[in-house]
Design a protein around this ligand. Sequence first.
Ligand SMILES: [Zn+2]
Length: 325
Amino acid sequence: MNVLNRRPLFVLTQTVVLVVVMMAAASQATGQARTGETVIQKATEQFEDSPLTITSLSQGLYVFSGDGGNVTAIVDDGSTLLIDSGLASRISELSDAIFRTTMRPVTRLVNTHWHFDHTGGNTYFGSSGVTIIAQENVKKELSSAEDVPFIGLRDGHYPPQALPGLTYQGSLTLHQGSRRLTLENYGAAHTDGDTVIYISPANVAVVGDIFSNHFYPIIDLSSGGSIDGMIHSLDQILAQTDEQTKIVPGHGPLTTRADLQDYRDMLVQVRHRIKDLIAAGKTMDEVVAAVPTKDFDARWASGYVTPEAFTKMVFSSMAGTKASS
Ligand SMILES: [Zn+2]
């Protein structure tokens, strides 16, 4: 399917089924987002068009970026353990790059959460016998269709082979060669099934979409996400890391604890402002019009989550509404 054939898909309604979009072949880079596009349409175009890059964190520890969410690979003598599996439409490219880089078969796959840009390769890997590991709610979310308010994501109903075969609730420890992986769920934050992975002794933290470097987050109201949960999880991550920790965000380049602290402080301030506006009786549209993110937009509005979409998600998270407009 060429770029001309792909265009009409992006004028469908917000309930467009993502898998249809993801079946479109990767196209030439187009850059500009069109007016009226949803967050997910913008993100999908970016994921389709970005080159795959490989970053080496240390011996046998790599991050593959560009194909949806960041994919981390941890290699031991005989196998590769992956964290997240990218975008379905680019799985051949990703799996070839992983094998060329690690020269080991993937035997285990950890999902940081259920979203399509982190689980797109689950069917591919699950079909070849890879053990998929995730917080228990990921299995529930992947099994059922979900509409995520304000961003235009409708996803779910993954086939059985794409579902986690090993789940945990609060914490799980894995070993990959000489490395220890500590999987932690701090309660619902970005979704209700987020996993943060600490890799020691490498001093690496893989935080999924609790932090994308560097733009406003999606708060998935369809699966328990909340601004309070985001801030709570960030406080836990800040307590478990130090200045030397290499932080792998859900999207974007490797980052530091200092960046994570700035991001957490931004979320706290936006929450505070929106809380005051809600207390003053403002409606969601009035809160959006007040632009509570204004002085943060220069740093945080460069991604596919607009200040308006972010404001609506924070507002709804606090006001308890789940309106999908
Ligand atoms: Zn996500």
